[in-house]
Design a protein around this ligand. Structure first.
Ligand SMILES: NC(=O)c1ccc[n+]([C@@H]2O[C@H](COP(=O)([O-])OP(=O)(O)OC[C@H]3O[C@@H](n4cnc5c(N)ncnc54)[C@H](OP(=O)(O)O)[C@@H]3O)[C@@H](O)[C@H]2O)c1
Length: 329
């Protein structure tokens, strides 16, 4: 009897320990956390690899350039602002052993789809191959649907969704020829869940998830090609400043503070762990958002209950000019 009680107490104690650990310290899904501990390391896998990053002029893409430069990957950096890419390249060279020829700047607008094939040829001519494409470039949105012009939905789909799949096409053709490569797409928690104020952004990220989850089984003949979807929660970057609002000409004005968001460094580190371990989908977020992914996936009724509770508060915060997510804390 005493042994039985002891065993039960140990099991309950262990489960409680896991729960507290999850609530306090977890910032990635269980598989990702395990792989960060026991899986392949980015430093061992990415040295010398050719990685093409879109949206490399700020935020997550910029930080990814720095971490990959330190590891010794060769980089193609893309975004619209060439001067910002030059700045990122300069810093990459300062903090790493790379030399000038290891980093190629390829100015690119995701909405100019007719240029994507020639941009791919430029990278291939220079490096001879592309090992990893990181589809990171994109824009956010903060506005209520009832106030928002349909032009905003058109614009956000053209950048986040159509621009991304347009660039993926020529790169994937090359990977299929080589029978190897990785296509990593920075989707979002909003590629899985819904939320108020981001209807267009959320739709574009859901579209990406649907696209890449359907592309993956088309590539089963090529086991060395991986399609990897990364779903970060809030991360420190310029995304709020650059977000679309109700109409294309209006800038977002309520930035909020960033200190409650995951650091860009941590998000990129976990993205690289997901990449080298070929995770099909990775959830990367601090709490309380990480718990929401699990609610959304496994207990949608509770997730809807919570969203109905917090959604009106988020809208109220937004309308009164404070950070919409202030209601989570
Ligand atoms: N930060 C977050 O909380 C968060 C969470 C989940 C997912 N994400 C995703 O992470 C990715 C990176 O965003 P971020 O947070 O790092 O934001 P960011 O700092 O605003 O960076 C966005 C990048 O995308 C580029 N970009 C924007 N429009 C473009 C266009 N038309 N063509 C080519 N490049 C374009 C920007 O460069 P140029 O302006 O120079 O073109 C910039 O380099 C996005 O896909 C975003 O949806 C972010």
């Amino acid at each position: 009897m005493a042994i039985c009680v002891l065993v039960w107490a140990s099991v309950v104690g262990f489960l409680l320990f896991l729960l507290v650990r999850f609530a306090r310290y977890s910032d990635g899904d269980f598989t990702l956390q395990w792989l960060e501990w026991r899986g392949k390391k980015p430093e061992e896998e990415l040295f010398g690899k050719v990685v093409w990053i879109t949206g490399a002029s700020s935020g997550i893409g910029e930080e990814m350039a720095y971490q990959l430069a330190k590891i010794g990957s060769r980089l193609a950096l893309s975004a619209r602002r060439e001067n910002e890419l030059e700045r990122v390249k300069k810093k990459c060279l300062e903090i790493s052993q790379l030399s000038d020829k290891d980093i190629l700047i390829v100015p690119l607008n995701l909405t100019h789809r007719s240029t994507h094939e020639s941009a791919t040829s430029t990278v291939l001519k220079y490096f001879g191959r592309i090992d990893v494409l990181v589809n990171n470039g994109g824009r956010g949105q903060f506005s209520l649907f009832v106030d928002t012009s349909v032009d905003v939905y058109n614009a956000i789909m053209k950048i986040n969704y159509l621009g991304t799949i347009s660039l993926t096409k020529p790169v994937l053709n090359h990977m299929i020829e080589r029978k190897q490569g990785k296509v990593v797409t920075i989707s979002s928690a909003l590629g899985i869940m819904g939320a108020p104020l981001v209807t267009g952004y959320c739709a574009s990220k859901h579209a990406l998830m649907g696209f890449f989850n359907s592309l993956r089984p088309e590539l089963t003949k090529y086991p060395e090609i991986s399609v990897i979807n990364i779903c970060p929660g809030p991360v420190q970057s310029q995304i709020v400043q650059n977000a679309f609002t109700e109409d294309l000409s209006k800038k977002h004005i309520t930035f909020g503070d960033q200190f409650r968001k995951m650091t860009t460094e941590r998000c990129v580190r976990l993205t690289l762990v997901s990449l080298v371990n070929n995770l099909k989908e990775a959830w990367i977020s601090d709490q309380p958002y990480l718990a929401a992914y699990y609610l959304w996936q496994y207990t949608p009724t509770w997730a809807w209950w919570l969203l109905n509770l917090l959604g009106p508060k988020q809208i109220q915060n937004f309308k009164s000019g404070v950070d919409a997510n202030a209601s989570f804390f």
